[in-house]
Design a protein around this ligand. Sequence first.
Ligand SMILES: C[S@@+](CC[C@H](N)C(=O)[O-])C[C@H]1O[C@@H](n2cnc3c(N)ncnc32)[C@H](O)[C@@H]1O
Length: 232
Amino acid sequence: MTQHSHDHDHDHAASDHDAGETAKPGSAAQMWDEKYSSRTKMWSGQPNPQLVAEAAQLPPGEALDLGCGEGADAIWLAARGWAVTALDVSAVALERAAAHAAEQGQAATIEWVQQDLATWVPDRQFDLVTAQFLHSTLMPWQQALQLAAAAVRTGGTLLIVGHHPDGLPPWGAHHNHEKFFTAEDLAGELRIEEPVWRLEVLDSRHRSVIGPDGEAASITDAVLRATRLSAG
Ligand SMILES: C[S@@+](CC[C@H](N)C(=O)[O-])C[C@H]1O[C@@H](n2cnc3c(N)ncnc32)[C@H](O)[C@@H]1O
């Protein structure tokens, strides 16, 4: 199946939102607000395919979506009965996400949280923690994704998906490769092993996507899914 690129959208029009005025200069909030403000829509509006593949069979509970962007994954989860906490550093993205959720009748069960993962500490745990393409942070991916793992309650699921460093789209290949990881990198870094974790999926998945100028490309997703067996 060919999908529009996760990374780009065809709408390059200027944003209708004048945001960023409260974000600290040089902060992740300012960087991402500026990025989102450069277009009226950044992502496809569709849930990420690996989320759909991995979470469709999970019984609904409480979910945390880290780096939720414009909210398509959170809305998809809410529509399946999950109570969702959706966190992002960008107020611009969250405003759009909340508007989309309201349009789709899913506002009631999603809490939008504007926080920088560099300073945020989860105050509780969740049945599902998903982080999809949580790249381009000003913090190392290891630090952000340790937070994701720590926020999974016993019996719950950790789902992390990112761009595989060897499977970047041509239009994203200029990015600093330190931002990207394989599923094996993730499992090693987060110590996804018994007795604390049961590894369910460790995969590199190829996908066909359509780029910002309509070009077809193949990309690779790094996919890790694990079940927490104990507090650790
Ligand atoms: C590549 S986008 C992915 C968005 C969404 N998960 C998706 O798949 O459409 C990365 C997201 O992470 C957010 N982000 C980056 N750094 C962050 C940080 N330090 N704290 C919280 N969110 C951050 C960005 O604002 C952006 O929305």
